[in-house]
Design a protein around this ligand. Structure first.
Ligand code: O2Y
Ligand code: MN
Length: 605
């Protein structure tokens, strides 16, 4: 079966692996992706033939498609995501673990014949510009045309990747199946997947490294270049190779004087990373350009500064809530050549979702394919409905977004969705304190994962679902960056919280474009200006230091946003002590020291 493939590559390890997976999965056909525009069109036709894609109105939304997933397959499945190593301690307390050898045996049985009746697609892809020494190549084998189309938008796909791989280059084998083989004459369904939630497997072997994903066709479970390779596997590689693979947006902030500073930001899933990454500042003269909305790979450059690059080429953003008010640049990005998953379909053949800023149509077809009217007691779009759109279509894409060397980062933001306790913004005293702040991050959960929503969970560095090894070692790796360069050259670290609420439940901060006011203060701080006051938790903006011109913010709200409630922080520190226990002796002593120092400052010692 790999014979056709042999004409495209002389890479013997790749050929051997492909021969193995063809024998295991037993597809009816094998197709190798070349990454061309013609091929993308063909794959979309295939997806339409299977009923997976519906073409949208070509006048309203040219070259766009809608897909509806099966209701059992609507998000990442964290409880079915595994990091498999020989020893459990290497995966750590925050990951599901199984012994690598046992899991492989199990997966071989599960994958046996899983592609019968289907076409196997071979997707050579590069995370990062093709041929860059900092990029990583993956080969995804999948039986889903939906995955091929989305990977073509989200990554660099095709023959050029095989050429860069040569006959002996490194690649990450990524095997994916929706887990729904077809018997002879059995009709297909628009969204084949494994219906039993306990029979899905999103499995990572960081020591190989390799990825096996079975049973889901959705997003992070199936587009294996994204969360699986560029975060879980890459984080493990990054630790070995001395760099950082992070769940971070990258933006460039340009002042009215034309000075540029690059900022990276780690926020848990569905906390507004895409909105921040392509924000339109309300502050006159300030400009944000976007380099990425989800993943940053960062390494120390020759000048000793930390450089970041976005390994992806598209956005896989949460649709509901995206509007011309919240994110006009995203709205402009997916006007064409985009895929929508689990949005509503209007009678005109366009998409619609809740909080799109467009009145609800009198009738549409909802994400489950049923008639819907504004009187329906269910949502038209699934809360985790997505758009997949090419990054190059973003009106504020930064000219350096594909620079293979990346861009020098001046500030790193951590954050989360916190109704209380955490102020609008504060700055770390130094790198070690900043790493402590990242390790202490937490957020109220949302629909981007399947756990209960609105519950506070610790999410260190926004990497809880994405760290491919022991989180304690990950903290140590972050701390070690200070030893790899002059620590003064590292970015300054800040914590932000756009989601603080008043006692009556209203958001205290307007967010969105007004977040530029906070970014301006950060910009000034890293440039040696910006007034701050020292508090037990870090440096907060001094009175008057935040530019609030033109904003009608009640004085009481501003005070609440910039108040450090010592009582609440004592509780926060106590909770963190308990959380840190999980990491046992893998918790770096420096972080224990930081926690004790915080407690002492809170007690006024
Ligand atoms: O629900 C999914 O499968 C997608 S999750 C996702 C997609 C794009 C960016 N970030 C995330 C995330 O969960 O962090
Ligand atoms: Mn994400």
């Amino acid at each position: 079966m790999a014979a056709a493939f042999e004409t495209l590559t002389k890479h013997s390890r790749l050929l051997a692996w492909l021969t193995e997976v063809v024998q295991l999965c037993k597809p009816d056909n094998v197709y190798t992706c070349d990454g061309s525009a013609e091929e993308y069109g063909y794959i979309c036709e295939v997806a339409m033939k299977h009923g997976t894609f519906t073409r949208l109105n070509d006048t309203l939304r040219p070259d766009c498609f809608l897909a509806r997933s099966h209701p059992s397959d609507v998000a990442r499945v964290e409880d079915r995501t595994f990091i498999c190593t020989n020893d459990q301690i290497e995966a750590g307390p925050t990951n599901n673990w199984a012994p690598a050898r046992e899991m492989k045996r199990k997966l071989c049985a599960i994958f046996d014949g899983c592609m019968e009746g289907r076409t196997m697609y071979i997707i050579p892809f590069s995370m990062g510009p093709v041929g860059s020494p900092f990029s990583k190549i993956g080969i995804e084998v999948t039986d889903s045309a939906y995955v091929v189309a989305n990977m073509t938008i989200m990554t660099r796909v095709g023959t050029k990747v095989l050429e860069a791989l040569g006959s002996d280059g490194e690649f990450v084998p990524c095997l994916h199946s929706v887990g729904a083989p077809l018997k002879p004459f059995q009709g297909d369904v628009p969204w084949p997947c494994e219906r039993d939630p306990n029979h899905k497997y999103i499995v990572h072997f960081p020591d190989d490294p390799s990825i096996w994903s079975y049973g889901s066709g959705y997003g992070g479970n199936a587009l294996l270049g994204k969360k699986c390779l560029a975060l879980r596997i890459a984080s493990a590689l990054a630790r070995k190779e001395g760099w950082l693979a992070e769940h971070m947006l990258i933006l460039c902030l340009t002042s009215p004087e034309g000075e540029k500073r690059y900022i990276a930001g780690a926020f848990p899933s569905a906390c507004g990373k895409t909105n921040l990454a392509m924000m339109r500042p309300t502050l006159p003269g300030w400009k944000v350009t976007c380099l990425g909305d989800d993943i940053a790979w960062m390494r120390i450059g020759e000048d000793g500064r930390l450089y970041a690059m976005n390994p992806e080429t598209g956005f896989f953003g949460v649709a509901p809530g995206t509007s011309y008010d919240t994110n006009p640049n995203a709205m402009e990005t997916f006007t064409r050549n985009s895929i929508f998953t689990n949005a509503g379909l209007t009678d005109e053949g366009d998409i619609w979702w809740e909080d799109m800023g467009v009145p609800a149509p009198a009738h549409l077809i909802d994400w489950e394919g049923d008639d819907w009217t504004p009187d329906s007691d269910r949502k038209a779009a699934h809360p985790n409905a997505r758009f997949t759109a090419p990054a190059e279509q973003c009106p504020v894409i930064d000219p350096d977004w594909e620079n293979p060397s990346g861009v020098p980062i001046s500030a790193i933001l951590f954050g989360g969705r916190r109704a209380g306790t955490v102020p609008l913004v504060y700055e770390a005293f130094d790198w070690e304190h900043g790493v402590f702040m990242g390790s202490a991050a937490g957020s109220e959960t949302t629909a981007a994962n399947l756990s209960k929503t609105g519950v506070l969970r610790h999410d260190p560095f926004a990497m809880l679902p994405f760290c491919g090894y022991n989180m304690g070692d990950y903290f140590a790796h972050w701390l070690s960056m200070a030893g790899r360069t002059d620590p003064q050259k590292l970015p300054r670290i800040f914590f932000v919280n756009w989601f603080r609420k008043g006692e009556d439940g209203h958001f205290l901060w307007p967010g969105y474009g007004d977040n530029s006011r906070v970014l301006k203060w950060i910009f000034e701080r890293v440039g040696g200006g910006g007034q701050a006051v020292k508090t037990p938790i870090g440096n907060l903006p001094a009175p008057g230091a935040l530019d609030l011109s033109g904003l009608e913010l009640p004085a009481a709200d501003l005070e609440a946003l910039l108040t450090v409630d010592v009582g609440a922080w004592k509780q926060e520190a106590a909770d963190l002590s308990e959380y840190y226990e999980e990491f046992g002796d893998r918790l770096p002593t420096a972080l224990r020291g930081q926690l004790e120092a915080l407690k002492e400052r809170l007690h006024g010692r």
